[in-house]
Design a protein around this ligand. Sequence first.
Ligand code: SAM
Ligand code: SF4
Length: 316
Amino acid sequence: MNDSIGRKITYLRLSVTDLCNLRCRYCMPEKGVCPKSHDEILTEEEMVSAVRAAVGLGVTKVRITGGEPLVKKNILSLCERIASIDGVSDLALTTNGTLLPKMAEDLKSAGVNRVNISLDTLKPQKYTYITRRSSFEEAIDGITAALNAGFKKVKINTVLIGGFNDDEIPDFAKLTMASPIDLRFIELMPVYQSPDIGPEAYLPASKILEALPDLKEEPSDGVARLFSFEGAQGKIGIISPMTNDFCASCNRIRITADGKIKPCLHSPAEYSIKGLSEAEMKAQIIKAINEKPDRRGELNCLNPSNSGRYMNQIGG
Ligand code: SAM
Ligand code: SF4
């Protein structure tokens, strides 16, 4: 389905839980978020119906996210059911990777074909600082497990954080030489106003190109500008939602674990589907797409996002 300015909506990001086993400083507060009661969260049946309704309107790509999707008890059955919906041609999942050592193969068997693993540092002590948890080894083992499980694509998502990991850009980039891993650098967005994240943390993606002068640009049909090194096994993507927003070509909607359709990450507009029949959900999705904002407003550390939620309650 096209929205009011002709953007074709083909991509659904489904957040399956707000809960997470990490506490990344730029994403959510240390104490976590007040857990929602069972009846406030979409049931497995409702999540499957919502995806089916979206697919009936032209969605073909679904990404499962969270919170941390792998802490959800029924994640395998949910993935299996979503993967088998006629019309879902691509089922991807974004995870912090810490539970992949024991789950990668089962996720692959359940029909997930691509995983993005979030990792913001290659140094164990810095990992413990940024995530407030000591799971570095599990995350690294998770990347290995994903590569061994044979997913079509394994990507690492790295949020660029000034004064924290900008000195590691070359080390991250080298990962694409040694393994068939694609790397995505993402500009930090002011969604959660964390006391630990100051204005210096918001770096433009151009810093990456300055740090990696030997990169060659490649053709891209998505939101990332793509680059690679000569002889590399993986590509390097740069996603710059702050300095070069992609609102004009935005093809996505989001559904939160508590059953709110968010047609724009940075808008407070939400459309509830909790407790609705599949036909009623479809009507709400149509309304959300028709009313999808044309553009996000001004966004910088002084003008934070209007999303009204922490990032773990939206899914990125
Ligand atoms: N827990 C999973 C993970 O970390 O991959 C999935 C959910 S997490 C909210 C999805 C993505 O959003 C992660 O790659 C994370 O780094 C990113 N993210 C969280 N807060 C962000 C922010 N303020 N700006 C940019 N990306 C952010
Ligand atoms: Fe959890 Fe992902 Fe947010 Fe980190 S970025 S706290 S892993 S939801």
